[in-house]
Ligand binder design. Structure first.
Ligand code: GRG
Length: 330
């Protein structure tokens, strides 16, 4: 489903007047990061390589270049990261955590390789992390956060095993994290933050229960995240950051209020954050690029229907054709 129907009328010319997306450079940038294994960035990222791989591969897919990757190599690496418990680690030999388990499932979904999974093993791991109050822990050490609620629901939905958990309790925990401005925090009473809002709105969208949200109230708070430069911040008085193009836009789309922000100015902000020489996107213009901001910048442009990019689903954070293949086999 496309959520920004009104944007369909824009000709690609309108977007292109704003400066160009250097798509091919971004492909080269992602491929170069994938090859680097020994530099400082790779070492610092080592523990979350599973997340980085999901960001990089989804970027390539949005750009129509997933076929430049050796599927068997990636799939066998992903499976080597699986722990006996059924959860996945951020890299080979690392402890399992639900954060990496979703990325692993998403990577396999991108390649149409969910069939390599022992679905019971993965879903029993996730179901085992649900607590009595409906919340989810991230791993055996027990930290609770609405991110983990979203991840659990998203994984179980992709693997068609939502029946393994108490969805009603999971939703009522999420609703208990709603606060004064219609946003959500990481636990009850927690401050609104865009990452958490995406997770809670996403979880409610995945379960078809968006009626728990006051869409006008939350939509107002979300559209106030746009600052003069056109970029979006994650909380009042904070600097804009390209990644919020994803966290804010996807939330606005899911609650049907995306027309409340200035899309042209946001496109311009994202375009201005590109490294036009070497590829990649940074948090703000002229900063250093990285895979995380490259992915969320392009995912934001995809939600804005920038020409030449595949459409992305705002709730599953996967290309729409991948979601269709999962649920409709096409
Ligand atoms: C599949 C897309 C997808 C997500 C999986 C892990 C997860 C679920 C969601 C993470 C949500 C989250 C908490 C995002 C926020 C990331 C971020 C920019 C944090 C920075 O926070 P601050 O407080 O930044 O340092 P500000 O911008 O407020 O200064």
């Amino acid at each position: 489903m496309r959520f920004c129907e009104n944007l369909e009328e824009k000709t690609s010319g309108v977007w292109l007047q704003m400066g160009e997306l250097v798509a091919e450079k971004h492909v080269q940038y992602i491929l170069s990061v994938e090859k680097r294994k020994d530099d400082l960035v790779s070492v610092v990222m080592e523990h979350l390589r599973m997340n980085g791989t999901y960001w990089g591969l989804t970027t390539l897919d949005l750009l129509g270049k997933l076929d430049t990757v050796d599927v068997d190599e990636v799939v066998s690496w992903v499976m080597e990261c699986q722990h006996e418990s059924g959860g996945f680690g951020g890299n080979i030999g690392h402890d399992p955590h639900i954060l990496y388990t979703l990325s692993a499932v998403q990577i396999l979904a991108l390649f149409g390789k969910l069939n390599v999974l022992d679905v019971d093993k993965v879903t029993n791991y996730i179901a085992g992390l649900q607590n009595e109050d409906g919340s989810f822990s991230g791993d055996m050490w027990g930290e609770v956060d609405t991110r983990f609620s979203y991840i659990s629901l998203c994984c179980l939905s992709i693997l068609r095993c939502l029946n393994k958990i108490n969805v009603e309790k999971a939703v009522s925990y999420i609703v208990s994290c709603k606060n004064l401005y219609g946003g959500f925090g990481s636990t009850p009473g927690g401050e609104s933050h865009l990452g958490q809002i995406f997770c809670c709105v996403g979880a409610l969208a995945l379960t078809g229960l968006l009626h728990h949200i006051d869409k006008d109230l939350l939509g107002w708070w979300l559209c106030e995240r746009q600052v003069k430069s056109g970029g979006l911040n994650g909380r009042p008085e904070k600097l804009p950051d390209v990644c919020y193009s994803w966290w804010v836009l996807s939330s606005l789309i899911m609650i049907d209020r995306v027309h409340w922000i200035n899309k042209e100015k946001l496109v311009q902000f994202i375009i201005d954050c590109q490294d036009t020489e070497n590829g990649g996107i940074s948090d703000r213009p002229d900063d250093a690029v990285d895979v995380y901001h490259t992915y969320f910048g392009l995912a934001g442009l995809s939600l804005l229907q920038y020409p030449g990019l595949k459409a992305i689903d705002p709730a599953y954070a996967l290309p729409v054709d991948v979601v269709n293949r999962i649920f409709f086999g096409k």
